[in-house]
Design a protein around this ligand. Structure first.
Ligand SMILES: [Zn+2]
Ligand SMILES: [Zn+2]
Length: 241
């Protein structure tokens, strides 16, 4: 009985801890997800963005420095936040430290962007993880976001992609090396995407090569178009070569 009571107490505590402390700095708050102080530094992407890749820019623009001349395979991309401190710490925790509970709140914010930007699609899918990595980390944060988003928007979630090649860390590679490294590393079930408008979900848009490569695979498999929705995107021009 005591064990049960302790268990219930632990659940109650974790519930209240999640609700009543800032999910970024841990400071006590009375409402909201982040405290007022953190909110000042957690920046949502507004009007001033690249219409194509969705990154924050100094002025509203059709194509930004990081996506012009690239002939990207997705129709357009949008993100909720600028990827920067302190939010990046929260996203890192969500990704690597089992803080799966963030998925619900973040997906809610992504759903707002989906509706505001009219990203309407037939199906939702997500950037997959290689089975070896998935086993190590036990969950795929992009899948968690996509699942929640599908529930909120009532759009079908389709698990149609597979990562078949364990690509090494892309961060230090040049654009050409990244593309080479990524090509052939994703497989898709054609029957699930043919003639569909696909919403591709991921956590962060950094260089954009992953979103671009997966979009290419989806288009090649017969998808009508691909729109990308990520939680955050890196705003500064990403030099890739
Ligand atoms: Zn805070
Ligand atoms: Zn752009």
């Amino acid at each position: 009985m005591i064990k049960v009571q302790n268990f219930l107490k632990a659940i109650k505590n974790s519930f209240f801890n999640e609700r009543w402390t800032c999910n970024c700095c841990g400071r006590e708050i009375f409402s909201g997800y982040f405290c007022a102080e953190c909110l000042k530094s957690v920046e949502k992407i507004g009007e001033n963005k690249c219409e194509h890749c969705g990154r924050k820019t100094a002025f509203k623009t059709q194509y930004c420095d990081s996506c012009k001349d690239k002939n990207l395979n997705f129709d357009l991309a949008r993100s909720v936040y600028v990827y920067d401190n302190p939010l990046s710490y929260v996203i890192q925790n969500f990704k690597y430290n089992n803080a799966k509970y963030h998925a619900e709140f973040f997906a809610g914010e992504m759903a707002n962007v989906y509706l505001e930007e009219d990203l309407s699609c037939d199906i939702i899918t997500f950037v997959p993880m290689h089975p070896k990595r998935l086993k190590k980390r036990s969950y795929n944060q992009a899948e968690l976001l996509a699942k929640e988003l599908s529930k909120i928007l009532n759009v079908q979630l389709v698990d149609c992609l597979q990562k078949v090649k364990d690509t090494k860390n892309q961060a230090k590679l040049s654009r050409d090396e990244r593309i080479k490294n990524l090509s052939d590393s994703f497989k898709v079930d054609k029957n699930l995407v043919k003639n569909k408008a696909v919403l591709l979900v991921d956590d962060v848009l950094t260089t954009g090569s992953t979103a671009d490569t997966v979009s290419k695979v989806l288009i090649k498999a017969g998808a009508e178009k691909v729109r990308v929705l990520t939680l955050a995107s890196v705003s500064k021009f990403v030099k890739e070569d």
